[in-house]
Design a binder for this molecule. Structure first.
Ligand code: ZN
Length: 330
């Protein structure tokens, strides 16, 4: 099976190991060898053709200062670029759809790496930072994480906050990302922000790592209306493996993931679901799949749930690849 995973936090995990966060002894980990959910051997086993690596920025690690956090993000981008370069017999950094297609034709065993930003707050109102991040290879940005930022508001249990839309700078950012060819990611955004993006974006967008709220009622997941709108927009929703977003008791199996995929198909059509594992972004709850090398369990669960092989290909790769074609074409 060919796989495109739209979201993982592996860079952050490597960075944390290096810094020795949480009182642990600092240790050097790499894409070849680490204690997390994703490594090169595992991706090969999974059939990964492209992995999106998020530069996740936790502003509390930067004294809650967005400008320091921006510097931190640049540091992380340098680090992952070096890592990818050191793995060049197995991996290459990609910045366009055409590069992905040509890699698949010339080196089908290779893994394409796309870089993303998870936390648009680091722009701190500076449009030129977006341009610089693009220059550094960033091709997708998750507009927000769990804090209010210059773009908008995160998802919230407070009904009023949940309805708050994008800020004026957020509207400009979406327009500029459309113009430049950077994928807009609405995961983590307030419902109001989601609707502002979907109504205003001129290109298809993604919820890179969000599930169906009807199946698991948490605010990070998408309502049926949102899934439908995302499908109509030509976008994709990446199924998230974080157990807390899969099942309310935070214990999840591969079959539970298939339930989300089926619901997405019923609600938004078979061109909607994709994969956004969130690997290395969770350590709470119990998941049947705890490493990228075990993705076969997911593929099997989709088949057991009655998806056709064509539908499984769409979910695991083609829907995401179509989005890349629509936004990252040169
Ligand atoms: Zn996230």
């Amino acid at each position: 099976m060919k796989l495109i995973d739209l979201h993982c936090d592996t860079i952050w995990k490597l960075e944390k190991a290096e810094r020795g966060c949480g009182g642990e002894k600092p240790r050097h980990e790499t894409l070849y060898q680490n204690t997390g959910h994703i490594d090169i051997a595992g991706m090969k086993k999974a059939g990964t053709t492209a992995q999106f690596f998020a530069n996740f920025i936790y502003k509390e690690c930067y004294e809650n200062d967005w400008d320091k956090a921006y510097e931190g993000a640049l540091h992380m981008i340098e680090r992952i670029s070096r890592e990818i370069d050191a793995a060049k017999q197995d991996m290459e950094l990609l910045t366009s759809y055409q590069q992905l297609i040509s890699m698949q034709e010339t080196f089908p065993q290779r893994i394409g790496a796309f870089l993303t930003i998870e936390e648009g707050g680091i722009l701190n109102g500076h449009m030129e930072r977006l341009h610089y991040l693009y220059k550094k290879g960033i091709r997708l940005m998750t507009l927000i994480w769990n804090y209010e930022n210059c773009i908008g508001y995160p998802n919230s249990d407070d009904a009023e906050r949940m309805q708050m839309g994008l800020k004026p700078f957020g509207m400009e950012i979406v327009e500029e990302m459309n113009r430049m060819g950077m994928i807009v990611d609405v995961s983590h955004l307030s419902d109001g922000g989601f609707w502002d993006v979907v109504k205003n974006s001129k290109k298809p967008v993604t919820a890179s790592h969000s599930n169906a709220r009807k199946i698991c009622s948490v605010r990070r997941n998408l309502t049926d209306e949102m899934l439908k709108a995302l499908g109509e927009n030509g976008g994709v929703a990446g199924v998230n493996f974080y157990p807390c977003f899969v099942r309310e008791n935070a214990k999840s199996t591969a079959a539970d993931l298939a339930v989300h995929v089926q619901h997405m198909i019923q609600t938004g059509g078979e061109d909607l679901p994709a994969v956004g594992t969130d690997f290395d972004g969770f350590d709470i709850g119990e998941s049947e799949i705890t490493h990228v090398s075990q993705m076969e369990k997911f593929y099997d669960a989709l088949a057991k749930a009655g998806l056709s092989s064509r539908q499984i290909e769409k979910v695991c790769c083609e829907n995401a690849q179509r989005l890349l074609g629509a936004v990252l074409s040169k």
